[in-house]
Design a protein around this ligand. Structure first.
Ligand code: AMP
Ligand code: MG
Length: 476
């Protein structure tokens, strides 16, 4: 870790933004997993992030000299209700380091003990939950969806107080930025305009430097537009792969447009617009088909916290139109690609919607269906139910408007429709065996998820939904 150049730009900004805090080491720490792919982004090899020095650094036993870790303060709308102070209760920012291609990454330890924002909680991350975040970060990243990801995962002998039998982990995660919508909401709701403005300038300088070329009075609106576009695109990506975040509170929304704080998420198996993987979301506020609207709602909350920076106190109507337009455009583009369509026709969105209705009626496995659809050949007998067959007839008509030969379409579709997604039952298995000290299932899942489009010999099982046999969802 000493080979990396560390900085921490927060330290040069308002002391209201953060508190200095050192990690509290775990007992008997060990590497449960190291992510060679993520290490490469930092210009490091697997050995460099898994040696003793790295272990001492990530466990907080011996930090590189001069490093001054911090926890930042933020607020957030949780399930629609505003909480005026949250903050990094179990995440500690070590600093930033520059990776390859001059990309800067902020590195955080999640689960490294108490911070001034831990409230009554313990600052710890149960191993099972850390594995969930780790795997989801890799799964989404490999699907080309912006997401924070983990550099490595530390297990330990420290027990989680509130969950007997569970041990504590530290997830070393990296992001372009961990700044959340809630960071702005915090200062806005305190009417602390000076700090709000300073945070705003900090964010522009560090993360949106392209805006510096424009006149300063345009910055607030331009920043909002950029964040709104990124958010709309992110959620369109989630929808297209059947991913549900589960806790789309504004404190879990990153300004960078990266997926953040992966907890009770889920990848849909049987297509279901009401799919909601978070058992504590009893109102289903964050279910699959609500995500696009919630994304917009969250952007509105962010825009509201910008009102003192904007030249007019009302939020320009164009901003929310921008969200919808960007979302619709990006979603349709992603769905066309999944259907193997290269041309654009006005009826395409209807074709998508009628497919989704049919999938919902039949309870068809979402990822599996698109993967199989690549093999669809007009005129061949199909095993799907009547409602899907009538959709396949429309699809066949639509394909006749395309110019490319079927083989090319098949090839293209198998590069955008994954064979392996993070299915809940495999994730549960990986968590369960890791709890017993066996990390082979985690290794296996990671290898598949980091290469999701490539069918691996002998791994068919991992492309199947729970308790369904392969035949029932194959097109034949
Ligand atoms: P989350 O629901 O994970 O997005 O967390 C909401 C808030 O609770 C954030 O301020 C977290 O930092 C904090 N939090 C969650 N779990 C813990 C924990 N075990 N210890 C301290 N703070 C926590
Ligand atoms: Mg959170």
């Amino acid at each position: 870790m000493n080979t990396l150049q560390w900085t921490n730009h927060w330290l040069q900004r308002s002391p209201s933004f953060y508190r200095r805090v050192d990690p509290t080491p775990l007992a008997a720490p060990y590497f449960a997993h190291c992510n060679a792919q993520a290490a490469q982004l930092l210009g490091l090899n697997a050995e460099q992030i898994s040696n003793d020095e790295a272990l001492r650094c990530f466990n907080g036993d011996a930090l590189p000299s001069g490093m001054q870790p911090i926890a930042t303060v933020y607020a957030g709308h949780q399930f629609g209700i505003f909480t005026s102070q949250l903050g990094d209760g179990r995440a500690i920012t070590l600093g930033e380091t520059q990776g390859v291609n001059r990309q800067t990454y902020e590195i955080q330890l999640k689960g490294a003990g108490l911070t001034p924002y831990s409230r009554t909680l313990d600052g710890r991350y149960p191993l099972g939950a850390a594995i969930r975040e780790y795997l989801a970060g890799e799964a989404l990243t490999a699907l080309g969806i912006p997401c924070t990801r983990a550099l490595c995962l530390l297990g330990s002998g420290t027990e989680i107080r509130r969950e007997p039998g569970e041990t504590a982990a530290i997830l070393v995660r990296m992001a372009r930025s961990h700044i959340r919508f809630g960071h702005f909401e915090y200062f806005h709701h305190r009417d602390d305009i000076d700090d709000l403005r300073e945070l705003f300038v900090f964010v522009i300088e560090r993360h949106f430097p392209e805006l510096l070329n424009e006149a300063a009075e345009k910055w607030p609106l331009r920043l909002l537009e950029t964040v709104i576009e990124r958010t709309a695109r992110l959620i369109a990506d989630w929808q297209s792969v059947g991913f549900v975040h589960g806790v789309m509170n504004t404190d879990n929304m990153a300004l960078s447009g990266e997926t953040l704080d992966l907890g009770p998420f889920g990848f849909m198996e049987a297509y279901d617009p009401g799919f909601s993987p978070n058992p504590s979301d009893d109102q289903h506020r964050y279910q699959y088909d609500q995500q696009p609207d919630i994304g917009r709602w969250n952007c509105l909350a962010l825009a509201q916290s910008f009102t003192s920076l904007l030249s007019s106190p009302t939020i320009p109507a164009g901003l929310l139109r921008l969200y919808r337009q960007t979302y619709q455009q990006h979603y349709l583009q992603a769905m066309r690609a999944k259907l193997g369509l290269q041309t654009q026709h006005p009826g395409d969105i209807d074709l998508v919607n009628s497919l989704l209705s049919a999938l919902a009626r039949c309870g068809t496995d979402y990822a599996g269906f698109f993967r199989d659809l690549a093999c669809f050949e007009p005129g061949r007998g199909l095993r799907y139910s009547a409602s899907l067959q009538s959709w396949l007839d429309s699809y066949q008509d639509r394909l006749s408007l395309e110019k490319s030969p079927p083989g090319e379409r098949r090839e293209r579709m198998s590069r955008v429709n994954p064979c392996y997604v993070l299915r809940g039952h495999f994730l549960d298995q990986a968590v369960q065996s890791a709890g017993q000290g066996d990390f082979t299932e985690l290794d296996r899942l990671l290898a598949l998820l980091q290469n999701p489009y490539e069918e691996q010999p002998g791994m068919d099982f991992y492309s199947l939904p729970q308790q369904k046999d392969s035949v029932s969802r194959r097109l034949g």
